[in-house]
Design a protein around this ligand. Structure first.
Ligand SMILES: N[C@@H](CCC(=O)N[C@@H](CS)C(=O)NCC(=O)O)C(=O)O
Length: 208
């Protein structure tokens, strides 16, 4: 079987971690290359959309997290053949992209005062609102503590993004925020205890 090769920066982030977790969970061997952030200008122009992650497979290169996640999930039996379940999965990945774009302004801003202000605006306008949307979405659609009633890439994605906001590395984000979203808190805590993930190196890297 052709081997999948994933490429990302030299730090962990949900965009790459969900791909790695999905493949590793299914026991699919893959290559992984990390590009040092400091060398990025040398590599950027060579990427099809000037961004990472990218995936090499069967002599082609592919990109965009949502597309790659669907592909890896499909290979890993973490997607679904049921159209209702598929569209639930897609909405969770879109949610992850959306909240990321919204916080990204404050992450990218180099001026510390402006960055702080942008983070405040994100928290006031978007953070609780977008977690509220996911809480309601989970309440409405989930079953058995999974977004589609069985483990899928939707769970891996939501879990990884929640983990990011709970990491304590995002300034001004009070990690007690999750208490306002009891369904997501319960979902997150259950997923974190999943023995099949806990034994994976990919999972341990995220938790440490
Ligand atoms: N549309 C892309 C967005 C990926 C993205 O924003 N990647 C960031 C790192 S998380 C990146 O490559 N930043 C460097 C740059 O844009 O020059 C996706 O869905 O994967």
């Amino acid at each position: 079987m052709s081997k999948i090769k994933l490429v990302y920066f030299d730090f962990n982030f949900w965009r790459i971690d969900i791909l790695r977790l999905s493949l590793a969970y299914a026991g699919i061997d893959y290559e992984f290359e990390r590009i040092p952030r400091k060398d990025w200008t040398k590599f950027k122009a060579k990427q099809p959309f000037g961004q990472l992650p990218v995936m090499y497979y069967k002599d082609n290169v592919y990109c965009h997290t949502h597309s790659l996640a669907t592909f890896c999930a499909s290979k890993s039996n973490l997607y679904s053949s049921d159209e209702r379940k598929q569209i639930i999965i897609h909405q969770v990945i879109d949610w992850a992209n959306e909240i990321t774009y919204r916080i990204a302004h404050s992450i990218r801003e180099k001026n510390p005062d402006k960055s702080k202000k942008l983070r405040r605006v994100f928290i006031e306008k978007d953070f609780y609102t977008w977690f509220g949307y996911l809480e309601d979405f989970f309440k409405k659609n989930s079953n058995n503590s999974f977004f589609i009633g069985e483990l899928s890439i939707a769970d891996i994605t939501a879990w990884r993004v929640i983990r990011w906001f709970l990491s304590g590395n995002l300034e001004q984000i009070d990690i007690k925020f999750i208490k306002k979203f009891p369904n997501l808190q319960n979902f997150y805590e259950k997923f974190s205890l999943n023995e099949n993930f806990k034994k994976l190196q990919e999972f341990q890297e995220i938790m440490n």
